[in-house]
Every structure is written in structure tokens, then in C-alpha cells.
Design a binder for this molecule. Structure first.
Ligand code: FEO
Length: 167
């Protein structure tokens, strides 16, 4: 049986992941409105991945006989000053999520909850990847700046992203 402290922390993390999904959905809608469907599709994949992250934790909690408690989702930002600003917001969100996973890991460690530590290993690795991809993407849009042909090329490139196989 999982401890009440870890149960509450996992429920909070489920909320973080769904909040991230909701924010990525808002970013995707913003790109659609900017007529950049490639970027919009890229963020939609990102949104789907966040929901998968939430479901990993959800299923884990149930496997450990924990209680799932879904919390309110805050309204996401819907307006961005620029493409760069949208990616900056996304990178900041990933960094906050990494901090939250680290905190959860620390909590599980202090309780010697080895099963949770093992489950969180995947999330630690995933956050390294997520921050790397978002950082590189931000660097690319910064390089393109206001050059519309470069931005259209990036729109194509981002639009070619395929969803990862679900593990
Ligand atoms: Fe689920 Fe992007 O962290």
C-alpha cells in the first residue's frame, strides 16, 4: 500500500501532467490561429504525450491501491507575443515539471518507497529528453527570427514529427 504522502504527491503530479497537456493544447490552438499548422501539429503531439504521462501515473497509483484524486486544471495562457514566446513558455513548463518530478523522487527516496522510485526513473529520463527537445526547438525558432521563409521551413519540419510509440 502506498503512503498517503506519496499518494497525494502522485495525484499532484497527475495534475501537473494534465495541466501541461492543456497548456500545449492552447499553444497548438494559437499556432493554428497564426496559420502555422506544422507547429500546431507538433504541439498537439506534445499534448498527447503529456496525457500519456498522466495515465502512467494514474495506472501506477491504482496498481498500488492508491486513491486517484483529480484536481482542478488552471486556465492556460492562450496568447503569445511571438513564436519564440510560445516556445519559451513551453520550455519553462518543462523545467517546472522536471523540478516537480525531482521533488516527488526525493519524497519517495526519503520513504524508501522503492517501487515508486523505480516507476519515476522513466520520468527522470523523459524530462531530460523533453527539456533537450524544447531547448533545441526554441533555439531554432530564435535563429529563424522574423525571416518568414525560415519560419515556413521550420513549420514544415515541425509538421513532419510523428508520435512516439507508447511504451
Ligand atoms: Fe510530462 Fe513534458 O513532461
Amino acid at each position: 500500500m502506498i503512503s498517503k504522502t506519496i499518494e497525494a504527491a502522485i495525484n499532484r503530479q497527475i495534475n501537473h501532467e494534465i495541466t501541461a497537456a492543456y497548456n500545449y493544447l492552447a499553444i497548438s490552438a494559437w499556432f493554428e490561429a497564426e496559420t502555422l499548422p506544422g507547429f500546431a501539429a507538433w504541439f498537439m503531439i506534445q499534448r498527447n504525450e503529456e496525457l500519456q504521462h498522466a495515465m502512467r501515473l494514474y495506472n501506477y497509483l491504482l496498481d498500488r491501491d492508491g486513491n486517484v484524486q483529480l484536481e482542478a486544471i488552471a486556465q492556460p495562457s492562450a496568447e503569445f507575443a511571438s513564436i519564440t514566446a510560445a516556445f519559451e513558455a513551453a520550455l519553462a513548463m518543462e523545467k517546472a515539471n522536471t523540478a516537480s518530478i525531482n521533488e516527488l523522487y526525493q519524497m519517495a527516496k526519503s520513504e524508501d518507497d522503492f517501487a515508486t522510485l523505480s516507476h519515476l526513473q522513466w520520468f527522470l529520463d523523459e524530462q531530460v529528453e523533453e527539456e533537450k527537445i524544447m531547448g533545441e526547438s526554441l533555439a531554432m525558432v530564435k535563429l529563424a527570427g522574423s525571416d518568414s521563409s525560415a519560419l515556413l521551413m521550420l513549420n514544415e519540419k515541425f509538421g513532419s514529427r510523428r508520435p512516439e510509440e507508447e511504451a
